[in-house]
Design a protein. Sequence first.
Length: 220
Amino acid sequence: MKLEPGDMLLALARDLSETRTTLNSGLEDAITRLETLEGQEFGDAITGLRKVIGDLAVAVQELQAEPEEAEEPEGPGTAPDWTNLDKKQCRELWEWLLTWCGKVLLPVYAGDVWRPCWYRHRQLRIQLTWLCAYWHWSYEKTAPPTRAAEWHTRWWPAIEKYMKEELKDCGYVSESLREPVHVITDDDGLTYDDFADHGLTEWKEADIARRPDPEKKSSE
């Protein structure tokens, strides 16, 4: 079917009219919506948003302020110091060390290297003191197994090596040890003890006696 030019012009004019009507309607709707938005009060909404943001900021600050998990201490704290004790402290330290050495160190670990004159060796006694402190720290109820592992693989082997060197010239008189530094004897009518020779009590009491009295020490 062939369209006449006049018909084509009329159809085009009709389409343009419809398009303009649609555009005008959409524009009027957009203007109406904009006017509606401009007429509303947003004060309450903004206030609410600010409150929410403020609450979130406080929550973030509280999370940041929470204490971090405490790191594992590097050691058992201050080791006992033999150079700064009064009589009472000295006696307590002796009993603490003797109890541990007699019940734990000697029977469990040090039987092969122990000598009854051990307490006469000042540096060894000092090293056994901090070794004892580390052992107790390693076996606290809340201690991780890594502490005990380090004690067995690091601290005890170091002291064991020192003991072997320090006590190598102490013991019974023999063909290989004709002049021991500290002679171990069991023929003087006294009961021989693997833990300590018969001079331990006298040695300990003499060490305690030379210390200041607690009152004098505290008033200095």
